[in-house]
Design a protein around this ligand. Structure first.
Ligand SMILES: [Zn+2]
Length: 211
């Protein structure tokens, strides 16, 4: 619609030079319409951001998260209030890394004198403490005792059904054209492994026969 309007304005301008003042007012009108449109969009975004704040206050964090994703898709630049709400909502969703990231943005934008600065700093400190706790938990997990670090006792028979071919001695590869059948290279046509080979297999140390 805007381009059609512009076309008419140009025709008028070329056809009737004396109408230039008329054309100018038309252009002003177009500019005003565009500004109006932008202001409407901004108001709509502001309303949506306000409703995100309300959802967070009502502890509806999942709903707030959905709305945040939607608003982020419709804005070209993220308003500072929204950076705070994302940081706050992420905190309550226990996404602490994301929380620290966005709260930092708010604090960078607003310093210590913003409307939410005090809360942002408090939440950020708590989120950082939670992150540290998470990292400690992770490092504890790496010192867990895992079965792969030990040899397993296969019982009195000293043999275990080959887990590669499930004791069938054949490995079936499903293909688009057809299935291919291959002899299992691990259990030497027997479908069972010795306990020593079984433990090697678990550690990734048992190599299949090259045939
Ligand atoms: Zn096998």
């Amino acid at each position: 619609m805007g381009s059609v309007f512009k076309g008419i304005v140009i025709v008028l301008f070329w056809g009737f030079p004396s109408c230039s003042t008329y054309a100018q007012t038309e252009q002003e009108k177009l500019r005003e319409l565009e500004l109006q449109r932008q202001a409407d969009k901004q108001r709509s975004i502001d309303r949506q951001i306000d409703s995100i704040g309300t959802l967070i206050d009502n502890q509806e964090y999942e709903a707030a998260d959905k709305k945040i994703v939607a608003v982020l898709q419709s804005v070209r630049s993220v308003p500072s209030t929204l950076t705070f709400y994302i940081g706050k909502n992420s905190f309550y969703l226990a996404k602490y890394k994301q929380s620290v990231d966005w709260l930092n943005k708010y604090i960078q934008l607003k310093g210590t004198s913003g409307q939410f600065s005090e809360e942002a700093i408090r939440l950020k400190n708590t989120a950082e403490a939670e992150l540290l706790k998470e990292r400690l938990e992770e490092s504890k997990q790496t010192t867990q005792v895992l079965s792969k670090d030990f040899d397993l006792d296969c019982g009195p028979t000293g043999k275990v059904t080959c887990p590669v071919c499930n004791g069938t001695t054949v490995i079936i590869k499903r293909g688009y054209i057809g299935d291919t059948y291959k002899t299992c290279g691990f259990c030497n046509h027997e479908g069972v492994l010795s306990c020593a080979d079984y433990n090697k297999l678990l550690k990734g140390e048992l190599k299949p026969a090259s045939k």
